[in-house]
Design a protein. Structure first.
Length: 103
C-alpha cells in the first residue's frame, strides 16, 4: 500500500512483486505488531506470496499472533447506485461489487 500511495520517496522504489513481498514481510514481522493489530486482510497476491526466505506471508502473520483473512469482493462501484442521493460531501452512495457471484 505505501509503495503505491504516491509518496515521493516510494516512487523511487520499483513496484515489483519482490519489492511488494519485501515490504509486506517487513510489516508482518514487526515486533509487537500484534499488540495493536489483530488481523490482516489480504489481497489475492498476498495470500499465496512468499518472502525472500521462502516463508508464506500467511505464516508470517499467524506466527506473529495475528489472523489472516482475504478480501473477497471486487471493491466499490465508484459510479454510485442508480436512484440514490449523494452524501454530504457530494459523493454518490456506493455498493460493494462481487458479493452476489462469490463461489
Amino acid at each position: 500500500p505505501w509503495l503505491r500511495a504516491g509518496h515521493s520517496e516510494a516512487k523511487k522504489i520499483p513496484d515489483t512483486i519482490e519489492n511488494r513481498a519485501a515490504y509486506r514481510s517487513l510489516c508482518f514481522t514487526t515486533p509487537g505488531l500484534s499488540e495493536h493489530i489483530s488481523g490482516v486482510i489480504l489481497h489475492w497476491e498476498t495470500l499465496f506470496q512468499k518472502d525472500a526466505d521462502g516463508n508464506e506471508m500467511v505464516d508470517l502473520i499467524t506466527k506473529n499472533g495475528m489472523l489472516a483473512g482475504i478480501k473477497l469482493d471486487k471493491a466499490y462501484d465508484k459510479k454510485g447506485m442508480w436512484g440514490t442521493a449523494t452524501g454530504p460531501l457530494g459523493h454518490p452512495e456506493t455498493a460493494t461489487r462481487g458479493l452476489d457471484d462469490l463461489q
